[in-house]
Design a protein. Structure first.
Length: 137
């Protein structure tokens, strides 16, 4: 069974309470531009998400082909239920879900940061990082 909070739980057990999730989107580090986002979400909500994922996995095992998959439905959620189950790698979700989650995450996050790095910035950074290596070779 998957354990989506394996690394977080390890850190929580060591007393580290605030853990940032990070994702990037772009054409690649040399083609740019690239957007990088990091977010710290509420620990209690993340633990509830894990319970939902585990429940969903058990239902898949015990039932035959299901006609309704909660991860693929529309963006509606049950009353008082936060849609954390929709969060996934940005490349694996539709633009509509990304836009919905953008607003949701911003409103629920303990803190977040979004940075866009231009092609020019990438080129300058790449040149400076590789210059010493080129001298050695």
């Amino acid at each position: 069974m998957i354990n989506p909070l394996k690394y977080e739980k390890n850190l929580w057990n060591k007393g580290i309470e605030l853990i940032a999730g990070v994702d990037e989107a772009g054409r690649g580090p040399l083609a740019g531009p690239i957007v990088i986002a990091s977010v710290i979400l509420n620990k209690t909500d993340l633990l509830l998400l894990q319970e939902e994922i585990e429940k969903e996995a058990k239902e898949k095992i015990t039932s035959s082909v299901s006609s309704k998959n909660p991860r693929n439905n529309d963006l509606s959620t049950e009353e008082n239920k936060k849609p954390y189950h929709l969060i996934n790698d940005s490349k694996k979700i539709s633009e509509k879900k990304r836009e919905f989650l953008y607003d949701f995450i911003k409103s629920e996050a303990i803190c977040y940061s979004i940075v866009e790095i231009s092609v020019e910035e990438i080129a300058v950074s790449y040149t400076h990082l590789t210059l010493p290596t080129k001298r050695i070779v």
